[in-house]
Design a protein. Structure first.
Lengths: 514, 324
């Protein structure tokens, strides 16, 4: 039986800019909002949609219209009912061009209309058919009354949200901490902890020490800290490492418009020149899985039968020769039509492991007669270059852990920037057709089959170099129990951290707790 | 003296304007924009270029640079620093929130630095190449060359995690008591970051004082003081040190703005809610109004402090009062 009460001390890597669920854009915001802002629908640990504030929903036969029925017992912290007006207001804000809502805007791009049907039900209609439109309604709601007559972006509410979830905001000390307490009006089962305290600790190494010292209950850690923890008897006495795979993966984007990478054979050769087995064993120390397509292995779209291309410099050299890239002038670098095979490989300066992969890759390429210069850029500058298509190759991580496997926005040829996010400019007619088909297919099993066919294409005509799905690691104090991990991480699903509970620290370590 | 002051004040205005223009230009010419900074690496990137363009418009970044500059200067003239792009709160409010933490940290660090560096410098300079001078030089340079993040993590591991004497980070505990116990709690939180900032600047000040004393002690007035029968200690402190004070006063003028600028590394490691972190985070997220506001604050305090230092120097050294 879970123990009730006590305080859970969690870590935020940075300060939330807002606690307005529509405006959220970062992980710390999501981590806090999960306790105070319930969603219409939720993903469970197995990536299935389950009822949240909405007790049920219906889809029209043409797959374009959705009707939602909000639970009659759903209330805000002040006792007033959660209504369809709140839902309509929230969706209107998301689609308002004057509101920056980076997380939700893409999901409602083809919304035709949204209107209330009764006080507790509403309908939303989309222009295009998309089997996974329902995913957009894993959506937190805002209380309309609180915003009426005020600037949405500057409302006081954004720093003092009205809760409709199991906890409510107790205090927020800028750049220091956010404290939550139980919401007495919450209609569901109460959370196990009395209070949740988030401390803002920017540095991983310090957060790790805080977990060992007892002032934090959990913290995300990187590979070096995990290795350190294995050798640290203090850590072993009070803490444990929780390790699992989520849906994140990394890849090296190749600009398909560049004369270097427009040929599919060259992109295949590039994949075979990256020594992925060595990267997994030496850089990730085994805690990563090589991938062969644009999903992590735990995604339902991933077909385990599609084995990754091998590391094979000889076969890659042959492909490059056939594509016309030969060293004709004897300077050690391949060339074609007077152009040398050399390019800048951009990377985000913040990513240590990304930088190491790039260096390994540049070395592998040099032996094959290709010159890659690794260029680390600061995040914002990096994104500006990649988004505008002003790059040859760039090392990226897919860290959205998005349960939606739809490849359409990222790899369909209609989604080139500035309209969409296919910023590698990948274009494959067969893949295009299959991606459209998958969107229309309402039967999950058949859709999955289409994804699996797509997966094979993405391996054989690769848009980018898919690298690996690395494990996520957290340091937890042993006193925290009831952890459930999922492909959506520790907290990207329901109930996530709400199922955690804690025993007093001294009953685990026998020592004094801070 | 008044004419001197007025001239100095008038000179400060174009300098400040130059600083502001330069910061404005540097910031806006740097690659990236608030829109590209949105969606941090860990949150993933699903934002389309079109959506980013919409955001740029929202921030007024689609307007030409000169227009934006004039607008900003116009607001600043009315003492309005604008609103943060990140959380839409007034920039002045965000600065005011972070100011006390940084002032407390840097003020204490400066106090301890001087309290240690001056006696050490005078003692070392009193007998150059003597055993104390040599020993202190070794210790000071060893401290000076220790990277601050390394020393900070080491101190944290030892004093917080292993011994549990001091808090690991933050300005106060979750359950901070009121009154004297609360003050003690805050002082305990200050101990480690102040130590880190102090040790790092110790060498610089101590060597500076020492150099001044070494130079002064070889001068005739010190010899004369000794000849008049003053003890070594009296000659050193009353005569040699006072002259060594002069460069220190000028330097302090340059250091006072440092009280506000904060240390990014120390504030990040100790999760200190100060201006250094605010500045750093604002640059990363391209929060132009906050970066500009902080730069302006830095510029104004630097100018004010150099002015104050010049006046102080004029008081200490009569030769500077009347320009030839």
């Amino acid at each position: 039986m879970p123990v009730e009460g006590g305080i859970l001390r969690r870590r935020l890597v940075g300060e939330p800019a807002t606690l307005n669920a529509v405006l959220q854009s970062s992980l710390p915001e999501q981590q806090v909002l999960q306790y105070v802002s319930r969603q219409l629908l939720d993903f469970d640990a197995r990536l299935d949609l389950v009822p949240g504030l909405a007790e049920r929903w219906e889809v029209s036969e043409d797959g374009l219209e959705y009707r939602f029925f909000i639970r009659p017992q759903a209330v805000w912290e002040d006792g007033s009912a959660v209504t369809s007006a709140d839902a309509v207001f929230t969706i209107h804000q998301i689609t308002d061009p004057k509101v920056p809502s980076p997380v939700f805007k893409p999901l409602f791009e083809d919304l035709e209309l949204v209107e209330p049907l009764s006080a507790s039900s509403f309908r939303a209609r989309f222009r295009d058919r998309d089997a996974l439109h329902a995913y957009a309604f894993a959506l937190p709601l805002l209380p309309e009354r609180r915003f009426s007559g005020r600037s949405f972006l500057k409302a006081r509410e954004n720093r003092a949200p009205l809760s409709n979830g199991p906890y409510r905001l107790a205090s927020w000390k800028t750049q220091e901490s956010i404290e939550l307490e139980r919401n007495p009006r919450w209609f569901g089962a109460p959370g196990h902890f009395e209070r949740i305290v988030f401390r803002i600790v920017p540095e991983n190494a310090v957060a790790y020490r805080a977990v060992v010292g007892g002032s934090l209950d959990e913290a995300w850690i990187d590979q070096p800290l995990k290795e350190r923890s294995a050798k640290d008897p203090r850590f072993g006495a009070c803490c444990r490492v929780v390790e699992f795979y989520n849906l994140d993966y990394n890849y090296i984007a190749l600009n398909n418009r560049s004369p270097l990478f427009s040929d599919s054979r060259v992109r295949r050769a590039m994949t075979m020149l990256l020594d992925r087995p060595a990267i997994v064993s030496s850089l990730y120390h085994g805690s990563a899985r090589i991938i062969s397509g644009p999903w992590a292995p735990d995604s339902p779209a991933y077909d385990a039968a599609v084995t990754p291309l091998p590391f094979d410099p000889a076969a890659a050299a042959e492909l490059l020769d056939r594509a016309g890239w030969r060293d004709t002038n004897g300077n050690g670098t391949r060339d074609r039509d007077g152009r040398e095979f050399e390019f800048d490989l951009l990377s985000s300066a913040g990513s240590t492991i990304g930088g190491q992969i790039d260096e390994v890759f540049a070395g592998d390429l040099a032996r094959a007669g290709i010159r890659a210069r690794v260029r680390p850029l600061e995040w914002s500058a990096f994104v500006a270059r990649v988004d505008s298509g002003d790059y040859q190759a760039a090392s990226l991580a897919w860290a959205a852990s998005d349960p939606n496997p739809d490849p359409f926005p990222y790899w369909h040829s209609s989604q080139f920037p500035p309209r969409g996010v296919n910023n590698v400019f990948y274009s494959n007619a067969v893949a295009d057709r299959l991606m459209e088909e998958a969107r229309r297919e309402l039967d999950p099993a058949k859709r999955r089959e289409i994804y699996h066919r797509l997966h094979r294409i993405f391996r054989d005509d690769p848009p980018v170099i898919f690298v690996a799905n690395a494990s996520q690691k957290y340091a937890f104090r042993r006193r925290v129990r009831g952890l459930v991990t999922s492909p959506l991480g520790l907290y990207g699903f329901w109930p996530g951290p709400l199922s955690w509970w804690g025993v007093p620290d001294d009953s685990v370590t026998g020592g004094r707790a801070q | 003296m008044t004419r001197y002051l007025v001239r100095r004040l008038l000179l400060a205005i174009p300098t400040l304007f130059g600083i502001v223009v330069l910061v404005f230009l540097l910031l806006h010419l740097a690659p990236g924009s608030p829109a590209s900074a949105a969606g941090s690496p860990e949150a993933g990137r699903r934002v389309s270029a079109a959506a980013r363009e919409e955001m740029r418009k929202l921030y007024g970044l689609d307007r030409p640079l000169p227009e934006r500059f004039v607008k900003w200067i116009g607001r600043v003239a009315r003492f309005d620093l604008g609103e943060s792009f990140v959380d839409r709160r007034p920039v002045s409010e965000r600065i005011r929130e972070a100011l006390p933490a940084t002032l407390a940290l840097n003020g204490l660090a400066l106090f301890f630095t001087l309290a240690i560096a001056v006696p050490v410098g005078v003692a070392a300079g009193g007998r150059p190449e003597g055993p104390f001078d040599r020993a202190s030089a070794v210790v000071l340079f060893a401290l000076y060359s220790m990277p601050i993040f390394w020393a900070a993590l080491l101190l944290q591991t030892l004093l917080s995690v292993k011994l549990g004497w001091l808090p690991l980070y933050g300005v106060s505990s979750d359950t901070a008591p009121a009154g004297l116990a609360g003050l003690a709690d805050r002082l305990a939180h200050l101990a480690l970051p102040v130590t880190c900032l102090t040790y790092a600047s110790l060498a610089f000040f101590a060597r500076l004082v020492r150099a001044g004393v070494v130079e002064a002690r070889s001068q005739d007035f010190v010899t004369a003081a000794l000849a008049r029968g003053l003890s070594r200690r009296q000659a050193l402190w009353r005569h040699a040190f006072r002259n060594a004070l002069l460069p220190l006063v000028t330097l302090l003028g340059l250091l006072l703005p440092g009280l506000l600028s904060g240390s990014v590394i120390v504030e990040r490691i100790f999760a200190w809610p100060g201006l250094g972190r605010l500045y750093f985070d604002s640059i990363l997220s391209r929060d132009y109004p906050v970066v500009l506001g902080l730069s302006l604050l830095g510029g104004v305090t630097t100018l004010a402090a150099t002015l104050a230092a010049d006046i102080a120097a004029a008081i200490v050294d009569p030769r500077l009062r009347e320009p030839a």
